[in-house]
Ligand binder design. Structure first.
Ligand SMILES: Nc1ncnc2c1ncn2[C@@H]1O[C@H](COP(=O)(O)OP(=O)(O)OP(=O)(O)O)[C@@H](O)[C@H]1O
Ligand SMILES: [Mg+2]
Length: 229
C-alpha cells in the first residue's frame, strides 16, 4: 500500500551569497512493508530529502502526500509527533529520560496510560535486545549500539509506522550495524512499516527492497544487481 507520494519536489537553500538547489524535481513513492535505501555521493541531497519527508522543511515546489494528505496542508507538528520516527547517525535520544522512558514517550503521546506504555515499551526494548535491567539506564550510560537499538525501539512505538533513518549505522561497528539493519528490515517485512534509510554502506544497500540513488539533487531508482533476499 502506498504511504508516501513525492510529486516533483524541489528544495533549495538560500543565503546571502548563493542558492543551492539540493533537491530537484524528485518524484517517487514509498509503500508499506518495504525497506528503501537511498545512496549517493556526499552533498547529493539525501539528508535534505529526508528532512522534507520528515516535515522539518517544506518543498519550495511540488508536494508530498502522506496517506492521501498533502503535507503542506496538515499540522506538521502533529505529523512529526505521530506519523514519522526519525533515526539519526548521532543518537538522538532524550538525554534526561531513561531508555524505557524514551520508548514510552511516543506511546504516552498517543494517549496510552503510563502503566500500559511501560509494559509496551519494555516489550519493544526486549525485541531489540535490551533487557529490563538495561532499560533503566540513561542514554549516556549506554553503548552506541544500545542507544541506537533504543532509538529503533522508540521508532517501533511510534504510531505512524514510517521510519526515516539517516545513516543510522554510521557510528556503529559491523556487528551492531548488522543488528540495526536486521531490525529495520523486520519492521518493514513483519510489521508493515515503511522504512527509508540513507546509507553509504553497500552491504546495507543490498538488503533493501528498493534501492534509490541521488545524484546532484535528482533521484533515480536502480535495478537490484543481486537478488539478496
Ligand atoms: N543549511 C544549509 N545551507 C546551505 N546549503 C546546505 C545546507 N544544508 C545542506 N546544504 C547543501 O545542500 C546540498 C545537499 O546536502 P545534503 O546534506 O542533503 O547532502 P547529503 O547527500 O546528505 O550528503 P552527505 O552524504 O554528506 O550527508 C549540498 O550541496 C549542501 O552543501
Ligand atoms: Mg547527509
Amino acid at each position: 500500500m502506498e504511504r508516501i507520494r513525492v510529486e516533483s519536489v524541489s528544495y533549495s537553500y538560500q543565503n546571502k551569497y548563493q542558492t543551492v538547489e539540493a533537491v530537484k524535481e524528485v518524484t517517487c513513492s514509498f509503500e508499506s512493508g518495504k525497506m528503501y535505501v537511498i545512496t549517493g555521493e556526499s552533498g547529493s541531497g539525501k539528508s535534505t530529502f529526508l528532512s522534507l519527508l520528515a516535515g522539518l522543511d517544506c518543498p519550495k515546489s511540488g508536494r508530498i502526500v502522506v496517506d492521501g494528505e498533502d503535507l503542506s496542508r496538515i499540522d506538521r507538528d502533529a505529523y512529526r509527533r505521530e506519523k514519522v520516527a526519525v533515526i539519526y547517525q548521532a543518537f538522538h535520544l532524550f538525554p534526561l529520560l531513561t531508555a524505557l522512558e524514551n520508548v514510552m514517550y511516543p506511546l504516552e503521546i498517543q494517549g496510552m496510560q503510563r502503566r500500559e506504555a511501560k509494559a509496551h515499551a519494555a516489550e519493544y526494548l526486549r525485541e531489540v535486545g535490551i533487557a529490563e535491567e538495561k532499560a533503566v539506564k540513561y542514554p549516556r550510560m549506554m553503548s552506541g549500539g544500545e542507544q541506537q537499538r533504543t532509538a529503533v525501539a522508540r521508532a517501533m512505538a511510534s504510531g505512524g509506522r514510517i521510519v526515516l533513518a539517516d545513516e543510522p549505522t554510521g557510528n556503529l561497528d559491523t556487528e551492531n550495524e548488522e543488528k540495526i539493519v536486521e531490525l529495520l528490515a523486520s519492521l518493514a517485512h513483519e510489521k508493515d512499516f515503511t522504512v527509508i534509510m540513507v546509507t553509504h554502506n553497500r552491504q546495507i544497500a543490498d538488503r533493501a527492497d528498493v534501492r534509490l540513488v541521488m545524484k546532484d539533487g535528482r533521484m533515480t531508482e536502480t535495478a537490484m544487481e543481486t537478488s539478496g533476499q
